[in-house]
Design a protein around this ligand. Structure first.
Ligand SMILES: Nc1ncnc2c1ncn2[C@@H]1O[C@H](COP(=O)(O)OP(=O)(O)OP(=O)(O)O)[C@@H](O)[C@H]1O
Length: 248
């Protein structure tokens, strides 16, 4: 077995059972720093459950999830966020009646108490970060627009921005391009390439063209187990993968 501390994320022998049904079954995989990993597989393979386990929404029955060497399975969801793991769900959870700026601003990590000149300095820091993130998510010219007026794709980008502003070391995205136009998909691929310069990204995706565009490596799940893993060109010619997934 590889040495877990050599990786940003080491998932080992992970199992979760729901009333005896193993949705994730003795699964191991390892993600490097700055890697863009895509998890693919048929409906019900356990992909979303893997992300739920990593972010602490679902508790593992057995196995370990180490992030920078730290065990996550015992932590609560907010502790996992603070440890540097950000997660975007399939449906955007933005504040529709706030502007793009305000949505990004309220996502800025709080915590330190600030007074007087320090508060002023902090405001400048927040504005600078909001503007930088807005630029990267293609919304620099939409900062004062109410979020409800954005297109579906722009809402997805805004939610990615709300995670980026917290500067996670691992960003997890569940079907980020579902419902997007072709042009929006191209821009999202560009965005993901850019953001993995500073962090690792773990994506669940069904759109194989998009997977080819973004993945450094692909992990194929089937019945909660790892069926295949490697670069997309190798995975897509793997007879086991064609049989259970790509051939359908
Ligand atoms: N909380 C739960 N209780 C019981 N069963 C669950 C629970 N969460 C997931 N499952 C089951 O675990 C299996 C894996 O589900 P999961 O959503 O992880 O699959 P998936 O690969 O993400 O599928 P899809 O591509 O359709 O989103 C499914 O059979 C699902 O019904």
């Amino acid at each position: 077995m590889p040495n877990a501390t050599d990786f940003l994320l080491a998932v080992e022998d992970l199992t979760v059972s729901f009333d005896g049904f193993k949705a994730v079954d003795n699964l191991s995989f390892y993600v490097d720093e700055n890697e863009l990993r895509v998890i693919i597989g048929p409906n019900g393979a356990g992909k979303t459950t893997v992300l739920d386990l990593i972010c602490g929404r679902t508790r593992a029955t057995a196995g370990s999830i180490r992030f920078r060497g730290r065990e996550l399975t015992a932590l609560r969801e907010y502790e996992i966020v603070r440890a540097g793991v950000g997660r975007k769900f399939q449906n955007p959870s933005i504040y529709e009646d706030l502007t793009v700026f305000e949505n990004l601003e309220i996502s800025f990590p709080r915590g330190r108490s600030v007074f007087g000149a320090l508060a002023f300095k902090r405001d400048a820091e927040v504005i600078e970060r909001v503007e930088a993130v807005a630029e990267s998510i293609f919304l620099a010219d939409q900062l004062n627009r109410r979020a409800e007026l954005l297109s579906h794709g722009q809402k997805q980008w805004l939610e990615i921005g709300m995670l980026l502003i917290q500067q996670p070391d691992l960003l997890m995205l569940d079907e980020p391009v579902a419902g997007m136009s072709v042009a929006e998909r191209v821009k999202t691929a560009e965005l993901l390439h850019r953001i993995c310069a500073d962090r690792a990204v773990l994506v669940i995706e069904h759109d194989m063209k998009f997977v080819e565009d973004i993945a450094h490596k692909v992990t194929v799940l089937h019945q909660g187990k790892r069926l295949s893993e490697g670069p997309m060109h190798a995975v897509k010619t793997d007879p086991k993968v064609i049989e259970v997934y790509l051939g359908h």
